[in-house]
Design a protein around this ligand. Structure first.
Ligand code: GUN
Ligand code: FE
Length: 418
């Protein structure tokens, strides 16, 4: 079936200014993009059009790093640094997901919030619980969200979340068997971070990743105390990334969240192995991790996308993650007297959409062949402007001002999900 939607189409085709098609048409067949057209192509002239004239049609957002079982503690413990925050709030909260009923209710709410805010694909952490992870995947898929989800592995220094090594392996295999039922949400191996996994478990996960062709997600160089701890645990490794590499976890499509303190060598290791670095600005500020050198990493050629990292980040909407990213980038520009130029709205929009979509095999923008992921934004209730605004200006304003009430429709994988 061919679907046509009309409006002001804003594509992150490059890391820079968006491509704008004013009063354009976005065509999709069976949920796959056919193209963006400035006038209705003749062959579609007799087909019905869903008319969003006057509204902005953005790409669906990709949240490339967040923790589902931290949703109940959103906004909590924000005066603590990472390691204390984990032990005081986080592990206690995640341990609650042993209760499948609690998991079901929480994950229904979370999935609904993601859709409401235009997030159509995720790379998401669950807790250590295989059953709650299956429930998370069911609720995401039911809501129309795609991507990757992982049962977390943690068999060392993990308080309430501690698993036995054999238990962690067994539960991972049991969870993977159950993943066959899902179409749009796939499993990803998730050793939480080096301090919470024994060498044996890391090695086992690396082998499993290789045998089954699975991707891996974890955390890297987020916080100074964490980095020191990793040095003590792995004195044979000069750098944090090597603790993953040693066990076969540092490879094509591995996702590393944060990388706030990664130096040029660690960044080069990401480039060499096509590792995706996920920048989580709100989290980095909230738990005082630091200011990630995003412009520098981007200039060097690191593959970078954005994540909310709830509940380190307290904002689930990716529009707020974008503005957080811009504010942090400006803080770096100020601190370097402009030597490190700040990111523009268009650049941050790219990081929140096309950069993550590449992880799922898409090409940049609404490229033909991509699954249709789109967010329709109305700016009708925004402040009256003193002159006629260009679509580019309206887009920039919407990035700063739009919340879920301004998002009038969301398409995930070709389906209208809001
Ligand atoms: N490092 C290990 N676990 C976590 C987590 O849950 N959140 C953040 N921000 N960093 C981590
Ligand atoms: Fe995280």
């Amino acid at each position: 079936m061919i679907e046509l939607i009309k409006g002001n189409i804003i594509e992150a085709k490059t890391f820079g200014d968006p491509a704008i098609t004013q009063n354009g048409y976005l065509a999709a067949k069976d949920g796959v993009v056919l193209g963006v057209f400035s006038a209705l192509p003749e062959q579609y002239a007799n087909l019905p059009v869903t008319d969003y004239s006057g509204q902005l049609i953005l790409q669906g957002f990709c949240d490339m790093h967040l923790h589902a079982p931290q949703y109940p503690m959103l906004g909590m413990g924000m005066d603590l640094p990472l390691m204390d925050w984990l032990k005081t709030y986080t592990y206690k909260t995640e341990a609650r997901f042993a209760d499948s009923d609690f998991a079901r209710g929480t994950y229904q709410r979370l999935a609904a919030e993601l859709v409401k805010n235009g997030t159509t694909r995720v790379c998401i952490y669950s807790s250590t619980h295989a059953d709650a992870t299956r429930i998370l995947m069911q609720e995401l898929e039911r809501a129309g969200i795609g991507g990757f989800a992982g049962k977390v592995n943690m068999d060392r220094d993990s308080c309430e979340c501690q698993e036995g090594t054999e238990e962690s392996k067994r539960e991972t295999l049991r969870w993977l068997e159950e993943c066959a039922q899902f179409k749009k949400i796939k499993p990803i191996l998730t050793p939480r971070f080096t301090p919470s996994c024994t060498n044996e478990l890391m090695g086992w996960l690396g082998k499993l990743a290789e045998e089954r062709g699975l991707y891996v997600q974890s955390h890297l160089s987020e916080n100074y105390k964490e980095i020191e701890l990793v040095k003590r645990l792995h004195p044979d490794c000069e750098q944090y990334w090597q603790t993953y590499d040693k066990y076969g976890l540092w490879k094509e499509h591995t996702i590393m969240a944060h990388c706030v303190h990664s130096d040029a060598r660690e960044q080069q290791a990401m480039i060499d192995h096509n590792v995706l670095c996920v920048h989580c600005p709100d989290s980095n500020i909230n738990i005082c991790s630091g200011f990630a050198p995003v412009r520098q990493m981007k200039n060097r050629g690191v593959w970078l996308a954005l994540g909310s990292d709830i509940a380190g980040g307290a904002q689930l909407p990716m529009l707020q993650v974008i503005t957080g990213c811009l504010r942090m980038s400006k803080a770096r520009a100020i601190a370097t007297d402009g030597a490190e130029p700040f990111l523009t709205v268009g650049e941050a929009y790219y990081l929140a959409t096309s950069a993550g979509a590449r992880y799922f095999g898409d090409r940049d923008g609404f490229a033909p062949g991509n699954p249709l992921h789109a967010v329709v934004v109305s700016d009708a209730s925004m402040p009256p402007s003193a002159r006629t605004l260009s679509v580019q200006e309206r887009f920039e304003r919407a990035v700063y001002l739009a919340d879920d009430r301004a998002i009038t429709a969301v398409y995930g994988n070709g389906q209208k999900i809001k």
